[in-house]
Design a protein around this ligand. Structure first.
Ligand code: PFF
Length: 467
C-alpha cells in the first residue's frame, strides 16, 4: 500500500508557501521599475485589476485541478483525462517548463548569493564597480556558490511538504515581510524620499499604451507563479476542508502587497540616496537593477549613515531578495519532483537526486554561457542576433511557454474536465461558492476571454521573440 499523500499542515502554512512561491525577484525589483516607468499609480491600478480579473481565476483553476487529482501536473492531466495523449502533452509542458525555469532562476539566485556574501564580508566599493558583475559571473567561485545554493534548496525539499516546504516558508516569509517593512520605513524617512514616492505613485494615464498593458498582464501572470505547474502541485497538497477561493485571494493579496511595498522601498531609495539620479537611467531589466544599479545607490548611502550602516542596509536587501528567490526555487523544483514521485513511484530522495543532477548540469552550462564558454555564449542565432544558452532558456520557457500553459489549463478545466467538476471542487470546503458571482464569473471568463488573451500574448511573443 502506498503512503497517503502528504498535505500542508494548516491553511496559513499553505498560504505562506504559495506566497513564498509567488513573491520573487519579479515582485521585488521587476514590479517597482515597471510601475515607475510606465505610469506609476496608473500601472499599479491596472496591475491590481489584472491580478483579480484574469489571474485569480487561473490560479483557482490550477489549485482545483491539483487538489481534485491529488497529483502534480503530469499525473493530473493524465488521470483527469484517463490518459488522453494530447492532454498528456499539456502535462509534460507543465513539468518540463518548471524544470527549465528552475535552471535559469538558479543562475540568478547564485549571483544573489555572491552579492549577499560580498555585502556581508566585503567592500561596497567593489560591489558598486560596474566591472564587478562581469567579473563575478565569470569567476570559478561561482560553482562553489552554486553547490551551496543547491544544498540549501535540497535541504528544504528533502524534508517534504510539511516539514520542509511549509516549515521553511513559515520562517522565511515572515522574515522577508519584516525586512521589507523595515527597509520601507528606513527609506521613507530619508531626505528626498518624497521625490521617488511621487515618481512611483502619481498616476500618469498618458503612459498607458498597448505594450504597457500587455506588460502589466505578463508581470501579474508571472508574479503569481501561474503556468508553471506550481499551483497544481501545491493544490495537490491542500486539504479538502480549506477554501480554495479564500486561500487564493490571500495569496494574490500578499503577492500584490509585497510588489507594492517593494516599490515603496526601491524608488524612494534611488532618489533619496542619490538625488542626481536620472530616472531614464533605469533599465527595464530586474537583473541590471539588482546587480549594477542598486549597489551604486548603497555606496552613495555611506555619506549619510557611514560605511557600516550602508553595509548593513545592502546586506539586508540582498538577504531579502535571496529569501524570496529561495522560496520560489523550492516551489518550482517541487513540480517535476512530485511528477517523478507520482508517475514513476520514486522515493522523494531519488526523485530529487535525479532532478538535481540534470539541473546542475544545465545550470553550469547556462552559467558558462555568459562568456566562459564560447559556443554556449553564442549558442544559436535568431531574431537578428546571437543568443546564449541562458537567453534561449529564458525566451522559450519563461516568455513563451508560460502563457501557453495558462491557456491550456483554462481550456482544460472548462472544456475537458468540465465546469461542473471544477465547480464541485471549488465548492468543497467553501459553502459560499455555490451560486456566487465568482462561480459564474469563473465559468464564463475561463472559457472565453481569458484563454483568448493568453493566446494573443503567446502568438505575439512568438512573433516578436523569434522572427
Ligand atoms: N513569482 C515569481 C517571481 O515573481 O519572481 C516567479 C517565479 C519564478 C516563481 C521562478 C518560481 C520560480 F522558480
Amino acid at each position: 500500500m502506498t503512503a497517503p499523500r502528504e498535505q500542508f499542515g494548516s491553511r496559513l502554512g499553505f498560504i505562506l508557501a504559495a506566497a513564498g512561491s509567488a513573491v520573487g525577484i519579479g515582485n521585488l525589483v521587476g514590479f517597482p521599475v515597471n510601475a515607475a516607468k510606465n505610469g506609476g499609480g496608473a500601472f499599479l491600478l491596472m496591475y491590481a485589476i489584472f491580478v483579480f480579473v484574469i489571474c485569480l481565476p487561473v490560479m483557482m483553476a490550477e489549485l482545483a485541478t491539483g487538489r481534485h487529482s491529488a497529483k502534480g501536473p503530469l499525473g493530473a492531466y493524465a488521470s483527469l483525462t484517463h490518459g488522453n495523449r494530447m492532454w498528456g502533452i499539456a502535462g509534460w509542458l507543465s513539468t518540463v517548463t518548471p524544470f527549465m525555469i528552475a535552471v535559469f532562476y538558479t543562475v540568478i539566485t547564485v549571483w544573489l548569493f555572491e552579492y549577499l556574501f560580498s555585502a556581508v564580508t566585503g567592500d561596497l566599493d567593489v560591489l558598486a564597480d560596474p566591472a564587478t558583475f562581469g567579473a563575478f559571473i565569470n569567476n570559478g567561485n561561482i560553482f562553489i556558490h552554486l553547490a551551496i545554493v543547491v544544498a540549501i534548496v535540497n535541504l528544504i525539499l528533502v524534508g517534504g511538504v510539511k516539514e520542509g516546504i511549509e516549515r521553511s516558508a513559515k520562517i522565511l516569509m515572515p522574515a522577508l515581510f519584516m525586512m521589507l517593512i523595515g527597509m520601507v520605513i528606513f527609506v521613507l524617512t530619508r531626505d528626498n524620499a518624497m521625490t521617488g514616492l511621487k515618481f512611483y505613485l502619481i498616476p500618469d494615464f498618458s503612459k498607458i499604451t498597448g505594450p504597457v498593458v500587455s506588460g502589466a498582464l505578463g508581470q501579474a501572470f508571472f508574479s503569481l507563479s501561474l503556468g508553471m505547474g506550481i499551483l497544481i502541485t501545491y493544490g495537490s497538497y491542500m486539504d479538502k476542508r480549506s477554501s480554495i477561493t479564500s486561500s487564493a485571494k490571500m495569496v494574490a493579496l500578499a503577492d500584490t502587497g509585497v510588489a507594492f511595498c517593494a516599490g515603496l522601498m526601491i524608488l524612494p531609495a534611488i532618489f533619496s540616496f542619490n538625488p542626481e539620479t536620472d530616472p531614464t537611467q533605469l533599465s527595464d531589466s530586474s537583473v541590471s537593477l539588482i546587480f549594477t544599479f542598486l549597489p551604486k545607490i548603497f555606496l552613495a548611502l555611506q555619506t549619510s549613515i557611514g560605511y557600516m550602516g550602508a553595509s548593513v542596509v545592502a546586506s539586508v536587501f540582498f538577504l531579502l531578495v535571496f529569501f524570496a528567490a529561495l522560496t520560489s526555487l523550492v516551489s518550482i523544483i517541487e513540480v517535476p519532483a512530485a511528477s517523478l514521485v507520482d508517475q514513476k513511484g520514486y522515493s522523494r530522495k531519488k526523485a530529487l537526486l535525479i532532478l538535481n543532477i540534470g539541473m546542475v548540469v544545465f545550470t553550469i552550462a547556462c552559467t558558462a554561457s555568459f562568456g566562459m564558454v564560447g559556443w554556449l555564449t553564442e549558442f544559436v542565432h535568431y531574431a537578428g542576433s546571437p543568443k546564449s544558452l541562458f537567453d534561449v532558456v529564458y525566451d522559450i520557457f519563461y516568455d513563451t511557454i508560460l502563457p501557453l500553459n495558462g491557456l491550456l489549463i483554462c481550456l482544460f478545466v472548462i472544456y475537458r474536465w468540465k465546469k461542473s467538476n471544477l465547480n464541485e471542487e471549488l465548492e468543497t470546503g467553501d459553502d459560499g461558492f455555490k451560486g456566487s458571482f465568482l462561480e459564474r464569473y469563473m465559468n464564463f471568463s475561463l472559457g472565453t476571454f481569458i484563454p483568448l488573451i493568453l493566446a494573443l500574448i503567446f502568438i505575439n511573443t512568438v512573433a516578436i521573440k523569434f522572427f
